[in-house]
Design a protein around this ligand. Structure first.
Ligand code: FMN
Ligand code: SF4
Length: 664
């Protein structure tokens, strides 16, 4: 008996059986390297999915595919099921044949489209929705018009026809996208978005008629045993348009509340849906369907558990379900029927196999950053992962044994350094890693100290374990100088000496009450009373939120005209912007800091000079590269990586380390 056996029991969905309880949740992939013009997958796209299948998941739900080419299409796109022909079916057969070899099933996600949540700057055609005058999520000045009954009927037929094509391509079932996340079909079901007076509005039955007719049409065309899943968000967590609620916040729900969520689940079952792929939220509360690191683990589990009490069809729960214990307990105690994982299977596609072999500690944990996945696909880039640059380019980035075994030296035991060491060791080189402090992790140690960053702390542990497992010779408390490097006579040297926080040279800033972000994070006892944070970038705002969670009064002073003006996924950014409002964090922009005097920070903005009480000041104005050693030792075999090369984010450090080390 293995610890996680319960996750590996079969599960019936409609007319088929899944080999276990782990499902790859759908993730939209759109880039041309992975997806053909007609929406079928290229060789690289198929390899990406096959990698997940090899990792042991029982069911892969593929990227959302529009059924209707007339509405909600991206500019220039021809990928819609009503345009899909013989070639699409043949390509889909290639995908399903490859996945089936691993005993894994495939569902194709068929989408009605986005309606008011479509980014209009990438869209072609007119903005449509369930009702007239609904504001676009991305640009609320744009108003959407209601679909006509004839247009809805056109959609319904297309869903059935799309499922027929999917079935012809060997696809084992389809998932309807979606009474979830506030997409078009969800806009019909939410009373807040649906004020139609015809049969597709009014009562709950009316608002669900679209979803009802879709499953009926599919079953009529594909047979009643052909599985049809519904992507379903139980609760909306909406205070209004573009106004979502945070966990624990008291608010009045304008979307779907739990009571209605339970009723809708029962109705979907009665209509013929065979599975509910559950989560919560809408774009307005985007941190539920796309939980960033600030959201609790398993943030959609409670509501999924609730609906399972009222339906007999399988309920799968998605949203930070990657903690093996949480996943196991949810399934073992029959709270839900299976776990849906999206990002975790990018960070480590072997999650199922590793649990099957009782090897949980070897799983590389997803850190819910969205840097390599969601943030990239919204820019039209290939899906990938900040921690695992081989995602969706598995062949090009495969780590093959090096022809010549070399001696590799890594100076600096932060994440970039450990990644270089890890990749070099996997390739078979002998690796020595030198770290000047007594601990591995570098700048990621303070970065992971915030209360909501448990997954970052797990990542450091994972790296430490990989160093041990791969036989990297780690030398702690060792500062390396030029003479030592010469003596080592290494074939390749990675300089990963990281960065140091910038300080602010203003009057009074030498006070013991002024801390750098690193100091504050490493020594939480030094942070007392009211806090003023200098710098409203990502770290500054994250610290502000962390301090507000601890119950402190927090003020942020940002020198530029915008705060949080950083390139992060909208789900992460919108959470933090909402947290600033909800927790009453006082943010001032265009604020030039002059001094710290008599327990106050003095700053100037357009309106003049101000003072703000600060028992503690935390300076978070960026980092400078630590690259003193580089000048002394530079040469052909020396690679400067991570922050020592250029201050960037974790993804920058890991990708650079991987890409250089894979070619040594
Ligand atoms: C890059 C990316 C693309 C996504 N695309 C879709 C999609 O096409 N359809 C869908 O229903 N959900 C989509 N999702 C949501 C995921 O299916 C999943 O519910 C979400 O990531 C939470 O699960 P996780 O915490 O395991 O990642 C996407 C998520 C990501 C990260
Ligand atoms: S990029 Fe970040 S959120 Fe996305 S899968 Fe990788 S670790 Fe997870």
């Amino acid at each position: 008996m293995g610890t996680y056996d319960c996750l590996f029991e079969p599960l019936k969905v409609g007319g088929i059986e899944l080999k276990n309880r782990v499902v790859l949740e759908p993730m939209g992939i759109h880039s041309h390297r992975l997806v053909n013009e007609d929406g079928s997958f290229t060789e690289d796209g198929i390899t990406y999915y096959e990698t997940v299948a090899k990792g042991g998941a029982a069911l892969l739900i593929t990227s959302a595919m529009p059924v209707h080419s007339g509405f909600d299409m991206s500019k220039g796109s021809r990928a819609a099921m009503d345009l899909a022909g013989e070639e699409f079916i043949a390509n889909t057969k290639k995908l399903t044949d490859r996945i089936h070899q691993h005993g894994t099933k495939v569902f194709m996600q068929l989408s009605a489209g986005a309606g008011r949540v479509l980014p209009m700057f990438i869209a072609q055609g007119e903005p449509i929705s369930a009702s007239d005058n609904l504001p676009n999520f991305w640009d609320p000045r744009t108003k959407h018009r209601a679909l006509t009954v004839e247009e809805i009927e056109g959609y319904i037929e297309r869903f059935g026809d799309a499922a027929v094509k999917a079935k012809a391509g060997g696809v084992d079932g389809v998932e309807i996208h979606a009474v979830h996340e506030g997409y078009l079909l969800d806009q019909f079901t939410l009373a807040f978005c649906n004020n139609r007076t015809d049969e597709y509005g009014g009562s709950l039955e009316g608002r669900l008629l679209f979803a009802k007719k879709i499953v009926e049409n599919i079953k009529a065309k594909c047979g009643k045993d052909y599985p049809v899943s519904m992507r379903y968000s139980v609760r909306s967590f909406m205070k209004g348009f573009n106004d979502g609620a945070l966990p624990g916040e008291e608010f009045t729900e304008v979307g779907r509340d739990l009571e209605e969520g339970i009723k809708v689940a029962q109705m979907l079952e009665a209509y013929g849906y065979d599975m509910l792929n559950a989560d919560n939220g809408t774009y307005d509360s985007w941190w539920y369907p796309h939980p960033p690191v600030y959201m609790p683990e398993a943030c959609n589990l409670d509501e999924s558990i609730e609906i399972k009490k009222y339906v007999n069809i399988p309920v799968i729960c998605a949203g930070r379900m990657e903690n093996p214990e949480t996943a196991l307990n949810a399934v073992k105690e029959k709270k839900v029927d299976g776990v849906g994982l999206a990002r975790q299977l990018l960070a480590d596609s072997e999650w199922p196999n590793k649990l099957m072999n009782d090897n949980a500690e070897d799983i590389r944990p997803c850190i819910a950053c969205h840097a390599g996945c969601l943030n990239r696909i919204f820019k039209g880039q290939d899906i990938c992962c900040a921690l695992n640059p081989a995602v969706a380019r598995e062949e090009a980035y495969a780590l093959t044994p090096a022809a010549e075994k070399k001696h590799v030296v890594v100076i600096g035991g932060g994440i970039g350094g450990m990644e270089a060491a890890r990749v070099s060791a996997i390739k078979g080189h002998s690796v020595d890693l030198y770290e000047k402090t007594g601990e591995l992790g570098g700048m990621f140690i303070p970065a992971s100290a915030m209360s909501f960053k448990a997954s970052d702390r797990k990542l450091i542990e994972w790296y430490k374990r990989q160093m041990e497992k791969l036989g990297v010779n780690v030398h702690l408390n060792t500062t390396v100088d030029k003479a030592m490097v010469e003596e080592m006579n290494a074939d390749a040297v990675f300089v990963a000496t990281g960065s140091a926080p910038r300080v602010l040279n203003a009057e009074g800033f030498e006070s013991e009450h002024v801390l750098t972000a690193v100091d504050a994070l490493m020594n939480p006892e030094k942070v007392q009373g009211d806090v003023v944070i200098i710098g409203g970038g990502l770290t500054g705002i994250e610290i502000a939120y962390d301090q507000a969670l601890a119950g402190r009064k927090v003020t942020v002073l940002e020198a530029m005209e915008k705060y949080l003006n950083v390139d992060i996924a909208a789900a992460n950014k919108n959470f933090l912007l909402t947290a600033v409002k909800v927790y009453g964090i006082d943010v001032h922009v265009n604020a030039k800091v002059n001094a710290y005097k008599d327990g106050n920070v003095v700053y100037t903005d357009e309106a003049g000079e101000h003072t703000v009480k600060a028992d503690t000041v935390i300076v978070s104005i960026g980092y400078n590269s630590n690259n003193a050693l580089v000048e002394e030792i530079k040469g052909g075999n020396v690679h400067v990586i991570g922050d020592a090369n250029k201050v960037s984010n974790l993804m920058g450090a890991i990708w650079q380390a991987y890409e250089l080390a894979m070619n040594i």
